[in-house]
Design a protein around this ligand. Structure first.
Ligand code: AMP
Ligand code: ZN
Length: 113
């Protein structure tokens, strides 16, 4: 499904809900997380609606590669190229928005895990 009218991230991509844009590519959009966990905390989403990262990997692997490239570009622009990439997948893993999104944490040295 390209666009889900009930999805908050589809509304952000459509400009119906405001966001702080960090970067955009042909098929991805990156914006600031409302509740940042690092100096730079971006969410990178495919512009088309996919429920989770596994769905993207299965249906369009090159789109998953583009999400990773966008994360790298954010880390290059805002830090030294180092970043942490997290895809919460499924409710019990902490996924609360069911439009695939990569959490990109960068902008500082990250400890642990
Ligand atoms: P997850 O828990 O992995 O599904 O991540 C959802 C993330 O979306 C959380 O880190 C929220 O802070 C973030 N979030 C929810 N609504 C918005 C919004 N309108 N703008 C930016 N970030 C949001
Ligand atoms: Zn969506």
């Amino acid at each position: 499904m390209a666009h889900d009218n009930t999805c908050i991230f589809c509304k952000i991509i459509a400009g119906e809900i405001p966001s702080t844009k960090i970067m955009e590519t042909e098929r991805t959009y990156a914006f600031a997380d409302l509740n940042p966990q690092a100096a730079v905390h971006a969410l990178v989403v495919p512009k088309d609606h996919y429920a989770c990262v596994s769905e993207v990997a299965k249906e369009d692997p090159s789109l998953l590669a583009e999400i990773v490239s966008t994360a790298q570009a954010i880390a290059d622009e805002h830090y030294n190229g180092h970043f942490r990439l997290i895809f919460n997948t499924g409710e019990n893993a902490g996924q609360s928005v069911f439009h695939c999104h990569a959490h990109v944490l960068t902008g500082q040295k990250l400890e642990g895990e």
